[in-house]
Design a binder for this molecule. Structure first.
Ligand SMILES: Cc1cc2nc3c(=O)[nH]c(=O)nc-3n(C[C@H](O)[C@H](O)[C@H](O)COP(=O)(O)OP(=O)(O)OC[C@H]3O[C@@H](n4cnc5c(N)ncnc54)[C@H](O)[C@@H]3O)c2cc1C
Length: 480
């Protein structure tokens, strides 16, 4: 009689879950477990939570959805709060488990937990079995050794597209046979139980792009809607740089990051859509973007902790980053006096989401215009983003801050030209900065130039209703 634990990590789904499938095929009984690790909800050295309330809620919803699906399948999900390495070793001992199965993670904190758990399990003679699951292309199918990962994304993409194939999704386990022994299923903790104070527990602003709901069920629904219901995927390439509303990009990221959606499932669904409806540049481009996601996962695998340090992948030691808390606070709260930056920063604070266009711009502004330590910005994103993914977040920040490995990339964004290009009518800025609601479109992205008379006329007094810029902003107009 073989009894295994299956530890769910960032793979909160039943579809295309190879690790779970293998465990159920090999064992007579499987104990599915999820552990809320309090260390992930605590505060960092900058004084804010590593996982803020929006993502915490999304995780809770995802776990609840997984539990409901497992219960429907005649099984259950054990839920615990504590340090996974301790909790799981204890469960393994109490239930006389033979093996513990789990997905492979690659970033420092996650692999530290793996090592610590492995030491404890060794003493109990319990084996650990890892499955690689988070990327579109399997790490073993890469046509190069990981220490030969190309520095430049395009080189990576070309060689992968030419020489590797995406493995097919695996089937959903038919049944997950629970141990016959008595067990305590455990309650899913509330936000309060995870340490959030009453005033921190705020709802997502309904003005957000989507009412993000955690879990595999909602993730699969979004996949279905974006492809089959709305056909939005067929115009993805033209709309992906938008910033308003649910349709401009897929919004799959939140479900991908917790593994509620499998990238291979998305891939197969897109292929099916191409066969049955349309195959065009847009359908290709969505897969192309999933390759960016893969790229940053492999960058993390190759470079590890370098991604979290100000010197970055490049080991850029000469650059001096500023550590000015006041400036940082202004950036965080959207009070820089640069409307395009402020609108984006207010959006992420209110909703836990920001478009890719916005992320690139506010990151460039923090690192290059303010000269602030970019790791602070990355930490703020980590706290707020519902779709936070350790590899994509820290990888993208490295590249925008100019400490990535790509010699060809100049990631300086001119805020004025970006704003006039991607928000020509100022609709986005007005949406998040209602105090600028009456400023005409041709002036809104250089609002700091309004004369006193114009300020009166357009109902905004600079320095009172809206801040004056904290950088010399006219430089962008001269560069244009
Ligand atoms: C500074 C910065 C920080 C970021 N932090 C994160 C993060 O924590 N988590 C995260 O998932 N993405 C992150 N991104 C990448 C990107 O902004 C988001 O993936 C995207 O905006 C999510 O929206 P979407 O799902 O509608 O994307 P779509 O445009 O619909 O793209 C489809 C999918 O492709 C992947 N993708 C697209 N662009 C990128 C990219 N540049 N890098 C990696 N994957 C990409 C995502 O999985 C996304 O869901 C960051 C980008 C920047 C510039």
């Amino acid at each position: 009689m073989k009894r295994f634990i299956y530890w769910f990590r960032n793979d909160l789904r039943l579809h295309d879950n190879e690790g779970l499938l293998k465990a159920t095929q090999k064992a007579d009984e499987v104990l599915p477990v999820f552990v809320f690790d309090p260390r992930l909800f605590g505060k960092n050295s900058l004084g804010f939570r590593k996982t803020g309330v929006y993502r915490a809620r999304f995780i809770i919803e995802s776990v609840a959805d997984l539990r409901a699906s497992l219960r429907k399948a005649g099984s259950d999900l054990l839920v615990r709060v504590g340090e996974p390495e301790r909790v799981l070793a204890e469960l393994a001992q109490n239930y006389d488990v033979d093996e513990l199965h789990l997905s492979k993670e690659i970033a420092q904190e996650e692999t530290d937990v793996e090592s610590s758990l492995s030491k404890r399990l060794k003493q109990l003679n319990v084996d650990m079995a890892f499955t690689w699951m988070s990327t579109l292309y399997h790490v073993r199918d890469l046509p190069f050794a990981i220490n030969r990962l190309p520095d430049v994304f395009t080189d990576f993409r070309k060689v992968v597209e030419k020489n590797a194939t995406v493995r097919p999704t695996v089937s959903t386990p038919e049944g997950v046979e629970l141990p016959r022994a008595d067990y305590e299923a455990g309650e899913i903790p509330t936000l309060e139980e995870l340490g959030f104070a009453e005033e921190e527990i705020v709802d997502l602003d309904p003005k957000g792009v989507l009412d993000f709901q955690g879990g595999e069920t909602a993730g699969l629904r979004r996949l279905h809607d974006y492809l089959w219901e709305s056909d939005n995927i067929a115009s993805y390439k033209e709309t992906r740089n938008g910033m308003l509303g649910p349709d401009y990009s897929s919004k799959f990221s939140a479900w991908l990051s917790l593994g509620c959606l499998s990238p291979r499932r998305i891939y197969e669904e897109v292929k099916k859509y191409e066969a049955e409806r349309t195959a065009n540049d847009s359908t290709y481009w969505l897969i192309f973007e999933l390759l960016w996601r893969d790229f940053f996962h492999f960058v993390m695998l190759r470079w590890g902790t370098r991604l979290f340090k100000p010197s970055g992948l490049k080991l850029e030691k000469d650059k001096r980053w500023r550590h000015d808390r006041d400036l940082f606070e202004k950036w965080k709260t959207g009070q820089t006096g640069v409307p395009f930056v402020d609108a984006n920063m207010r959006e992420i604070v209110a909703t836990g989401f920001m478009s890719n266009r916005g992320r690139q711009n506010v990151a460039s502004f923090l690192a290059h215009d303010l000269g602030l330590d970019w790791t602070w910005g990355a930490a703020w994103f980590e706290s707020l983003l519902i779709d936070y993914d350790v590899c994509s977040n820290w990888g993208n920040w490295n590249y925008v801050a100019g400490v990535g490995n790509d010699p060809r990339q100049d990631r300086y964004f001119n805020q004025y030209s970006q704003a006039t290009r991607y928000d020509a009518e100022g609709e986005y800025v007005k949406y998040w900065l209602p105090e600028l609601g009456k400023v005409p479109a041709d002036k809104i992205h250089r609002v700091w130039q309004l004369t006193p008379d114009e300020q009166q006329e357009h109902g905004v007094i600079l320095g009172r209703d809206y801040p004056l810029p904290i950088v010399e902003a006219d430089k962008w107009l001269k560069q244009k």
